[in-house]
Design a protein around this ligand. Structure first.
Ligand SMILES: [Zn+2]
Length: 101
């Protein structure tokens, strides 16, 4: 299991935990079962979406050219890949806004 897969699994488990907690709280509140299901599903999907987005953002690295606005974003890079992307971003063939190229 990779680190990213473990983080996704943790996000899913967090969403399930919050959803179950909400479902038991709402079930005690004498609400119609469909209201409980709708609220639980809404909160579960919102928490899962937010957590997975956070996991993706944490796994993303940004490499910028020091001479222009050229940017590369890569996910799940190891040290060698990061170095390679850093060199590519710094030495791309045509710098943005460079009229000489
Ligand atoms: Zn550049």
């Amino acid at each position: 299991m990779t680190k990213h897969t473990a983080a996704q699994l943790a996000a899913l488990l967090a969403a399930v935990g919050i959803g179950c907690s909400l479902a038991t709280t709402l079930a005690d509140a004498d609400l119609h079962p469909l209201v409980v299901v709708a609220c639980t599903a809404a909160v579960f999907s919102a928490v899962l979406s937010l957590a997975l987005d956070l996991v993706a953002r944490l796994a993303t690295r940004t490499f910028r050219c020091p001479r222009c606005a050229f940017t590369v974003r890569a996910q799940h890079t190891d040290a060698g890949e990061s170095r390679r992307w850093q060199e590519i971003a710094a030495d791309h063939p045509r710098h943005l806004g460079d009229s000489r190229a």
